[in-house]
Design a binder for this molecule. Structure first.
Ligand SMILES: Nc1ncnc2c1ncn2[C@@H]1O[C@H](COP(=O)(O)OP(=O)(O)OP(=O)(O)O)[C@@H](O)[C@H]1O
Ligand SMILES: [Mg+2]
Length: 454
């Protein structure tokens, strides 16, 4: 019996869009925005096609979706109709025959990641809970604005890079932007838009006014799923007495942060900051898609890794624990200590522990790290830090307020406690507030320096 030739699949004669054609069409769709700021749906495209090309009622939503995803071959007439719907001309370079016999060809979307000057991570210890929480907030709960808070060196930027790189494939665009240079809001918007334009290969002119720039950013954040990481937010916060406010010339950051947290977009903005901006306090809430993660130090096992990396240390576990607890597991401080201890002949911590007992365990680099945060404090904050430092590691509000006589001083103490919390210099633990041993030491050293200078 003669074998019949295989019946050719109708779709084998079809075409798919090239990368150029796909980009052309997707750009046109992204520009067609409804009143809610969302791009036109496939159903609406079908309505428009029916309106424009009489006789194409047969072009179903599934075919339209196939064209936009570039996944399956379709006939040239369908391609022409969809292009025409957006007033685009279908050129030869816009389509091609599927290259293999298999017609279901998946075109991998191109992910556009711009990590700019984000720190490189060579080693990363622990933080399992934090990573899990961040991923849940960003990917599952689709939070719009997430802030990592904590004192200098605690690992905010490192955690942002670690998690960001692990989840980057879930986003169309990833942008890392540091606020280290204290650029005013208009300039930072321009910078971010420039990155969007160049990564998305667009030919768009950036508008002049702040509001227009913000609307342009809104379109990107709505039409694409973006992860925008803004590092070092405290650099654009006021150094005046009241913590968390934006100084003159920077007030529009407040508008920008509100827009990030409240506008109905599809993206996530991840901030890192030593101080909590007032706007974030107002936006944060259980139901809102705005979350904050207060970062604490690494635990004992994680902290030990820094020292194991740099050499063999022979001291007992309890000695290690004392050392790591003293520095509250601050990774930057532990890193500094590990490299200094490596220089000691014995590579031991006994010498360091002896120094604590004599109250002079501060390495210069640790001092300057703490100084960069202390120098931003108001006078009442400095006084309260000193008062807390001489009175011990934990305290309750009741202990503190009980000895104060005037209502005015009680209000001031409450306000000061709140701002120290906002600066991550004290932590809340149930009914009590906790001040880290290294902070106690620094505050006491500072007050000695000031009194001996007078
Ligand atoms: N989980 C970690 N594992 C290993 N190293 C870490 C970890 N977290 C932080 N580090 C290291 O500690 C140092 C300080 O971390 P990082 O710069 O992220 O702190 P930060 O909180 O962003 O500080 P700043 O407020 O100064 O910006 C870096 O050198 C980093 O490599
Ligand atoms: Mg940082």
């Amino acid at each position: 019996m003669t074998k019949l030739p295989n019946k050719r699949n109708k779709r084998d004669r079809g075409l798919i869009l090239t990368e150029e054609g796909l980009r052309k069409l997707q750009d046109a769709r992204n520009k067609t925005i409804n009143e809610k700021g969302n791009r036109i749906s496939y159903e609406k495209i079908q309505d428009k096609i029916i309106e424009k090309s009489a006789g194409r009622e047969d072009l179903c939503v599934t075919t339209i979706r196939k064209i936009f995803t570039g996944s399956t071959a379709v006939d040239i007439g369908s391609l022409e109709c969809v292009f025409d719907c957006f007033d685009l001309e279908l050129c030869e370079s816009d389509y091609t025959k599927p290259s293999s016999e298999k017609t279901d060809i998946k075109i991998q979307p191109t992910f556009l990641h711009n990590w700019g000057k984000a720190p490189e991570i060579s080693v990363f210890y622990g933080r399992l809970q934090e990573q899990k929480k961040l991923k849940r907030w960003i990917l599952k709960e689709k939070c719009r604005l997430v802030t990592l808070l904590g004192i200098g060196g605690i690992g905010k930027s490192t955690l942002a890079v670690k998690v960001g790189k692990e989840i980057q494939s879930e986003f169309d665009v990833v942008i890392w932007q540091s606020l280290q240079n204290q650029l005013p809001p208009e300039e930072i918007l321009t910078n971010i838009l420039k990155i969007f334009i160049s990564t998305l290969k667009k030919h768009t002119v950036i508008p002049e006014s702040f509001d227009e720039k913000q609307s342009m950013l809104m379109k990107y954040l709505t039409n694409k799923r973006c992860l925008l990481i803004l590092d070092d937010v405290e650099k654009i916060l006021s150094t005046d007495d009241q913590v968390g406010l934006f100084p003159t010339g920077y007030e529009r950051y407040s508008q920008l942060f509100k827009f990030f947290g409240e506008a109905d977009h599809n993206s996530c903005i991840l901030l890192t900051s030593r101080e909590k901006p007032i706007d974030i306090i107002h936006l944060e809430g259980e139901a809102a898609k705005v979350k904050c993660l207060q970062m604490r130090g690494l635990n004992f096992t994680e902290g030990c890794q820094f020292f194991k990396q740099t050499g063999q240390f022979t001291d007992s576990e309890q000695e290690w624990e004392t050392l790591i607890e003293h520095y509250a597991g601050n990774p930057l401080i532990l890193k500094m200590l590990a490299s200094r201890m490596k220089q000691l002949p014995n590579s031991g911590i006994i010498e360091f522990l002896d120094c604590f007992k004599q109250g002079s365990s501060m390495l210069e680099e640790i001092c300057s790290l703490l100084e960069s945060q202390f120098q931003r404090l108001s006078l009442p904050e400095k006084e309260l830090m000193y008062c807390l430092a001489v009175n011990g590691k934990t305290f309750s509000l009741k202990d503190l307020v009980e000895n104060l006589v005037t209502p005015c001083s009680k209000v001031l103490v409450l306000k000061t406690i709140l701002s120290l919390l906002q600066r991550s210099l004290i932590e809340k633990n149930g009914e009590h507030f906790v001040i880290q041993p290294v902070m106690i030491e620094y505050a006491i050293n500072q007050s000695i320096d000031v009194s001996s200078a007078n």
